[in-house]
Design a binder for this molecule. Structure first.
Ligand code: NAP
Length: 327
């Protein structure tokens, strides 16, 4: 990688001003978000000469890479790398960086909030107050279900899955089952978190939460068969990527199966279309992909992504490189 000289950078999603200033100080920067129609042409022009890119939430495939012949590094402001064609990046020798770790606790907070909201019907009951329908004590038909003491099944026991397990097991007395390709030995969760095959986990858990990466192995993992295996009255929460779930099968399980409720931060297509039945479904708590969306964490992600990009362009090993041969 070239070092020491000003290079051409393409910022394809908004960066906080302090991080953008760091890039401007060292390199020639174009800011153009291809999702904004008025900026698409500037994006395409800058792509042709860009040596580094930083951003997120935009698919980078082989066709796009062909239009970026000078590209050496992409710094993604995300931990998930499902928007990137990893084989094409590896084939071209383009370095991919991401932002693991800094968003772990915030995303686990969001997923736990969805577990609480879905189980205790928080949004539905808050709306009842807001809309003036709280005219007498609520009856049993509006009661929620306890979270503490329930068995939580976690699909994907990495950074976020483990942070979720700590909240559940240590804070809420919940036995945890997890599904991972490898077993994980965590002293603080000894005797409290147990490695289980997927089917067994689905049959035993009261609440199932997804914290898996989206990959060719996990795409569509939760389908009709898997929802049918879940306990009657179970709750399903997805805080990872929408395409891990077959949404038609989820709707079937909510409408005609025994699933009690679903809490969803992510969807197969985002933003969720206005005609999606998931948007207003009475059993669904839907959030606009806010897993990491706090002021502190989004800034920490931008700092790490900027560090990664500047380090790579200086010929140093960036703090968080994603191994494109890994998935
Ligand atoms: P991570 O540390 O890499 O954890 C992923 C876990 O999934 C690992 O324990 C991995 O273990 C397991 N896994 C991978 N493929 C699997 C498979 N085919 N079957 C079973 N287990 C598998 O990642 P993380 O930092 O926790 O993040 C997880 C995902 O959360 C990200 O990829 C991202 O898509 C999503 N996310 C969403 C938001 C949001 O805003 N909602 C925010 C942050 C992250 P093994 O390799 O041992 O199987």
């Amino acid at each position: 990688m070239t070092t020491g000289q000003r290079q051409k950078l393409l910022v394809f999603r908004e960066l906080p001003a302090d991080q953008l200033a760091r890039l401007h100080a060292a390199h020639d920067v174009t800011v153009a978000n291809p999702r904004i129609p008025a900026q698409l042409e500037a994006f395409n022009v800058a792509l042709a000469t860009a040596q580094g890119m930083i951003g997120s939430s935009y698919p980078v495939d082989a066709a796009l890479l062909e239009r970026a012949p000078c590209l050496q590094v992409i710094s993604s402001i995300s931990v998930g790398v499902d928007n990137y064609d990893l084989a094409a990046l590896a084939g071209r020798g383009v370095l991919l960086c991401h932002t693991p770790g800094v968003l772990t606790e915030t995303t686990a907070d969001t997923i736990f909030a969805l577990i609480m909201a879905s189980s205790r019907r928080l949004v539905e009951l808050a709306n009842l107050v807001r809309e003036g329908h709280w005219t007498r004590n609520i009856g049993e038909e509006l009661f929620g279900h306890d979270v503490h003491g329930k068995t939580l099944g976690i699909l994907g026991f990495g950074r976020i899955g483990q942070a979720l397990a700590r909240r559940a097991a240590l804070g809420f007395g919940m036995p945890v089952l997890y599904h991972n390709r490898t077993s994980v030995d965590l002293p603080e969760l000894a005797g409290k978190a147990t490695h289980r095959p997927l089917d067994l986990l689905l049959q035993r858990a009261d609440i199932v939460a997804v914290t898996l990466p989206l990959s060719s192995e996990t795409r569509g993992l939760m389908g009709a068969r898997e929802f049918a295996l879940m306990k009657p009255g179970a709750i399903f929460v997805n805080g990872a990527r929408g395409a891990i779930v077959q949404e038609d099968a989820l709707l079937q399980a909510l409408d005609h199966g025994t699933l009690r409720a679903a809490g969803l931060d992510v969807f197969a297509t985002e933003p969720l279309s206005l005609d999606s039945p998931l948007r207003r479904h009475p059993k669904v708590t839907a959030l606009p992909h806010i897993g990491s969306a706090t002021v502190e964490t989004r800034h920490a992600m931008a700092v790490l992504a900027t560090d990664n990009l500047l380090q790579a362009l200086a010929g140093e090993r960036p703090a968080a490189v994603f191994d494109t041969a890994q998935i």
